[in-house]
Design a protein. Structure first.
Length: 195
C-alpha cells in the first residue's frame, strides 16, 4: 500500500521539478525610478518604468527597460524683509530613458545579486502640460525629432523571490554623454514576475 502511494508521488515530483526550473526563462517587472541629476544642482526626479528580460542560462541574460521621470517641484525663497514669501515652482523638465544590455546573476536561490552594463538613450524634455499617459506617449513619438543623449549604465542590485513573484532593487550610475560624460545616481525598486 505504501509503495502505491509513493510511486505516484515520485512521478509527480519528477514532472514538477523541470517545470519549477522552467520559471527561469526570463522576467517582467515594473518599478519606481529615482534619478539624481548632478549637472543641475542635484535635481531629483522620480518616475515609473518597466522592464523585460530573457535568460540564456542561469547566470546570463539580456534585459531592456524604459522609464519616464515626471517633472519636479521646488521652492524658491525671496528675502523681501516685508513679506518673506516662499513660492512653489515646477521645473517642467521630464526625462525619458531606455536601456538594453546583458545581466549577470549569481545563480538560483530566493535572494541573489546581479550586475549589469546597459547602453541606451536619455531624452530631456521641457513640457508644461500635466504628466499623463498622453504626454508620455507624445514623448515617445517625438524621440526622433528631439535631442537624444547616449547612455551607459553600470549597476547592480539584489532580487528576492517567493516562487515566481519577487522584488528587485537596482542601484547604478546612469552616465549620459553631452559635451562629456555626466554621472548620475539612479535607483529603481519594484515587483517582478519570473516566467
Amino acid at each position: 500500500m505504501k509503495r502505491l502511494f509513493l510511486m505516484p508521488l515520485a512521478i509527480a515530483t519528477a514532472l514538477v521539478a523541470p517545470a519549477a526550473s522552467a520559471q527561469e526563462h526570463g522576467q517582467v517587472g515594473v518599478f519606481a525610478d529615482y534619478l539624481r541629476l548632478n549637472q543641475t544642482n542635484d535635481t531629483n526626479l522620480v518616475g515609473l518604468g518597466g522592464r523585460l528580460g530573457f535568460n540564456a542560462n542561469r547566470y546570463f541574460g539580456l534585459e531592456g527597460e524604459l522609464s519616464y521621470d515626471f517633472s519636479q517641484a521646488f521652492t524658491e525663497a525671496f528675502t523681501d524683509p516685508i513679506t518673506g514669501s516662499v513660492t512653489l515652482v515646477r521645473t517642467n523638465m521630464r526625462v525619458l530613458h531606455g536601456m538594453f544590455g546583458p545581466i549577470l546573476t549569481t545563480g538560483h536561490g530566493p535572494i541573489r545579486a546581479f550586475f549589469t552594463v546597459k547602453g541606451g538613450f536619455m531624452n530631456f524634455r521641457f513640457d508644461s502640460r500635466p504628466a499623463t499617459f498622453a504626454t508620455f506617449a507624445s514623448s515617445v513619438e517625438d524621440l526622433r525629432a528631439t535631442n537624444v543623449n547616449a547612455v551607459l549604465y553600470p549597476g547592480g542590485g539584489l532580487e528576492g523571490h517567493l516562487g515566481p513573484f519577487g522584488l528587485r532593487l537596482d542601484v547604478g550610475d546612469e552616465i549620459y554623454f553631452n559635451n562629456g560624460a555626466h554621472h548620475n545616481l539612479r535607483v529603481a525598486f519594484g515587483p517582478i514576475f519570473r516566467f
